[in-house]
Design a protein around this ligand. Structure first.
Ligand code: F6R
Length: 241
């Protein structure tokens, strides 16, 4: 993978937004997956500004959800779908038929995995994915040690991820499982951009840069891919800057 170090979260966001933008300019019917969480929110703002400034037609783009907390859906403030709705889909006026997203309240979670797997398969896979990194090195909800040969699957969340859930929700939620695109699907994406910002990510970013490629640190698996790029800001890469 290529690794870029930038000074600030703003610079990281500008670069990431440019990546998404150039993907959709090259392929107006691209299949694009963008992580939720806090790190990409500014990226989304900049991307939205760019598409408006250049009057880009997004009507042929398909947006795929990366993950969702089991038990939550788009109506729950702080859920992955809700975050994407608020910060990306609504401002861009993305239509429901352009969105493929997990319903964390679906009666059958296995059925939900199949639905998303089949939908992505019909589209021919993902053209672009923007990922964040968990403090434990997770990508989506692919926690340390999850099987890496899954396309879409249910994962039991580890304690670090359950703890981190607090920052997204104003009242406590009891989340123990997630539904996520699996490592096999993520790693087969044509272009992968992974961003990390903030002191809390510095130890895991150091492991990704200097440690072995191992499924114990899912984000480290990206190191093997030429089409993958990391963008770290100074706070996240404080041990390596
Ligand atoms: C969110 C997701 C997670 C986050 C990661 C970093 O959809 O898939 O893997 O990207 O936990 O979260 P933030 O950006 O909030 O630090």
């Amino acid at each position: 993978a290529k690794t870029r170090f930038v000074e600030t979260h703003e610079e990281l966001s500008v670069l990431a937004a440019e990546k998404i933008f150039s993907c959709i300019q090259q392929k107006p019917d691209a299949v694009v997956c963008l992580a939720g969480g806090d790190t990409p929110l500014r990226t989304f703002d900049i991307f939205i500004e760019k598409t408006k400034h250049h009057s880009v037609d997004l009507s042929k783009i398909t947006f795929v959800g990366l993950d969702e907390w089991i038990g939550l859906d788009g109506f729950d403030k702080g859920s992955c779908r809700n975050t994407l709705d608020e910060y990306l889909f609504s401002p861009l006026n993305v239509k429901e038929n352009q969105i493929i997203f997990f319903d964390g309240k679906a009666e059958s979670t296995e059925g939900e995995c199949n639905r998303i797997r089949n939908a992505i398969n019909r589209l021919g896979g993902l053209d672009f994915i923007l990922l964040g990194i968990g403090e434990n090195g997770h990508l989506g909800f692919n926690e340390p040690d999850v099987p890496v040969d899954e396309l879409v699957h249910i994962v039991t969340l580890d304690n670090i991820t359950r703890e981190s859930a607090r920052k997204y929700f104003s009242s406590p939620v009891n989340v123990s499982k997630g539904i996520t695109l699996g490592m096999k699907l993520i790693l087969s994406t044509k272009e992968i951009v992974t961003i990390a910002s903030g002191e809390s990510k510095a130890p895991i970013v150091d492991q990704i840069i200097n440690g072995p490629v191992t499924h114990k640190v899912p984000a480290s698996l990206l190191n093997n891919l030429e089409i993958a790029e990391f963008i770290f800001d100074k706070t996240a890469a404080s041990k390596n800057f």
